[in-house]
Design a protein around this ligand. Structure first.
Ligand code: NAD
Length: 354
């Protein structure tokens, strides 16, 4: 018998999943009692966001299409002015982590209900974590206020996500599930979500790379993305996320790409400390060496595998090593200077993990 002792945080979101589910946005807005809605997007997704506004035609809607990466507070404040001008009673976020980040930053300040319509695999709609950029610094906070009330996962809206973005966004999502399996506060519920998520996403990505309009593969990827987001929102992350945070902050490296490069190396680093996790990953990835399998997956889908290709200077290895060792955090294997430096050297050069 296994004696189970754990804490599981259930976040109260209503999720609608499936092709064409965007058609339900009006009904969902009515359930929340919304009458004056602000629809949010990035500049490139402005036209698609207008289509969402049309679906909300019975209410007064305004669009704000200025969402950008890193959720800068200036952008949030500009959107907040619009929210106040129109006395908005709800937010609809149409897009990836950047747009959903803006919506969550607005919800933090106003407590307005949110409908999130994710169009990438970032999974931020499922987490109470918000990163904001203020005066050149990224500040991360946690609050249940930022969780959307409703999430609409419509596979049709992800078909236009370019193959390269699909690959890095998808592997970034896998990283959340992998670290959930060895999180300090891991639990059996999240273990199930993580394993199902990794199977779905790792199976879908090569199919999307071969045919970005493969509806079955897109469905699997979006389903996996949802579960990966739940993993990130439920338990604490470890070395992989610490490394990516340090690299992203110090060298302004792109978010999903950095996660894609680091994941196989971080897993290889921790492998000896978590044999049970490695055994489960062997099954779900159908591979003898899960870290190598993830490295090969990135290669197969044409994703970057070296930090050098992302623009990191070689001197950065020392700085990143210091950053990772400077503050304590939970990780199954103790971070140790020479090994971390070696890990970063291999990741810098695009070598397979050891
Ligand atoms: P993104 O939202 O910046 O989108 C990337 C680009 O793809 C944008 O130009 C966007 O317009 C475009 N795009 C999005 N969906 C598209 C589609 N279906 N078709 C065509 N183009 C599309 O990128 P992202 O990777 O989704 O999000 C990254 C951001 O999210 C980062 O700022 C990251 O820090 C944040 N994030 C936060 C959390 C969290 O829990 N707080 C989790 C993951 C990511």
């Amino acid at each position: 018998d296994i004696l189970r002792t754990f804490v599981y945080n259930q976040h109260p979101a209503r999720v609608t999943f499936g092709r064409g589910s965007i058609a339900r946005v009006g009904e969902e807005a009515d359930k929340l009692g919304l009458k004056r809605v602000i629809v949010l997007s990035t500049p490139p997704q402005a036209a698609a966001a207008e289509q969402v506004s049309k679906q909300l035609a019975d209410r007064r809607t305004h669009t704000f299409s200025g969402a950008v990466m890193h959720t800068p507070v200036e952008v949030t404040e500009a959107a907040l002015t619009l929210v106040r001008e129109h006395r908005a009673d709800g937010l609809v976020a149409f897009g990836g982590g950047s747009t959903i980040g803006l919506s969550r930053a607005l919800a933090l300040r106003t407590d307005l209900p949110q409908i999130a319509i994710p169009t990438t695999y970032a999974g931020s709609e499922m987490t109470p974590i918000l990163g904001e950029a203020a005066a050149g610094r990224k500040v991360t906070l946690r609050s249940p206020k930022v969780l959307p009330e409703v999430v609409i996962y419509d596979v049709d809206l992800t078909m236009s996500l370019p193959p390269s973005l699909s690959a890095t966004s998808g592997i970034n999502a896998i990283a959340h599930a992998v670290e959930a399996l060895y999180a300090e506060d891991r639990n059996p519920v999240v273990d199930h979500l993580a394993l199902d998520a990794i199977a779905a996403m790792s199976g879908a990505l090569p199919r999307i790379s071969a045919d970005s309009l493969d509806q079955g593969a897109r469905t699997e990827a979006l389903y996996g993305a949802w579960l990966c987001g739940m993993c990130l929102g439920s338990v604490g992350m470890a070395l992989h996320h610490k490394l990516c945070h340090a690299l992203g902050g110090a060298f302004d490296l792109p978010h999903a790409e950095t996660h894609t490069v680091i994941l196989p190396h971080a897993l290889a680093y921790n492998a000896s400390a978590v044999p049970d996790v490695i055994a489960r990953l062997k099954t779900v990835l159908a591979a003898d060496n899960p870290s190598h399998a993830l490295f090969e997956l990135a290669g197969r889908v044409g994703a970057p595998r070296s930090l050098e290709a992302l623009g990191m200077p070689i001197e950065g290895i020392e700085k990143a090593t210091n950053l990772v060792l400077s503050s304590p955090y939970a990780n199954p294997r103790q971070p140790e200077r020479d090994s971390i430096r070696r890990l970063l050297h291999r990741a810098y050069s695009g070598l397979p993990p050891v």
